[in-house]
Design a protein. Structure first.
Length: 173
């Protein structure tokens, strides 16, 4: 092959490689852009109770997190008792002979510990809410509606909004 033909072949190969690299890079960009957006959209909203104060100022959010930490620290014994009692329930359930009285007693202890823990956390939430302004309380209540143990399922929220809208409309005959 002559020098001119080899030069033509080399330029053609280089152009083809540039187009191939551009196609691969463009395809990779499109793939990452599509999947990155889908992954971001698919990420659920945080459901933990500490995120209920997201609509409030940064200072108020920190106060709320501190209040929750203090409440959980004070109720740590109840959490420990609940875990131990749940283990006891599982042990009783897996025993060869079911002792119904002991099982009922362990379930009651578990329930009481869980209720005491929940009561302590709810009391701290109520104490925190008492320090808020009326506007902040509205935002906080909305956050609680979306997160934490007070959250309302999306279907229930839609039904409540629809009921409110129907209640706002005048009745037609």
């Amino acid at each position: 092959m002559s020098g001119r033909g080899l030069k033509f072949l080399l330029i053609g190969s280089l152009a083809l490689n540039v187009f191939m690299l551009g196609g691969v890079a463009g395809g990779a960009y499109q793939w990452f852009a599509a999947h990155g957006r889908a992954a971001a959209a698919a990420q659920p909203q945080p459901r933990a109770l500490r995120f209920a104060a997201e609509g409030l100022s940064a200072d108020r959010q920190k106060q709320f997190v501190d209040v929750l930490k203090d409440a959980r620290r004070e109720a740590r014994q109840y959490a420990r008792e609940g875990r131990e009692d749940r283990r006891e329930v599982l042990r009783l359930l897996s025993a060869p002979q079911l002792d119904r009285t002991a099982l009922d007693a362990a379930l009651n202890r578990t329930r009481e510990a869980d209720l005491a823990l929940r009561s302590r956390v709810e009391q701290s939430v109520a104490d925190f809410a008492a320090t808020l302004t009326p506007d902040e309380r509205v935002k906080f209540a909305e956050g609680l509606r979306e997160r934490g143990q007070w959250r309302i399922a999306q279907a229930q929220q839609q039904m409540q909004r629809r009921d409110q809208e129907q209640g706002d409309r005048p009745a037609s005959e």
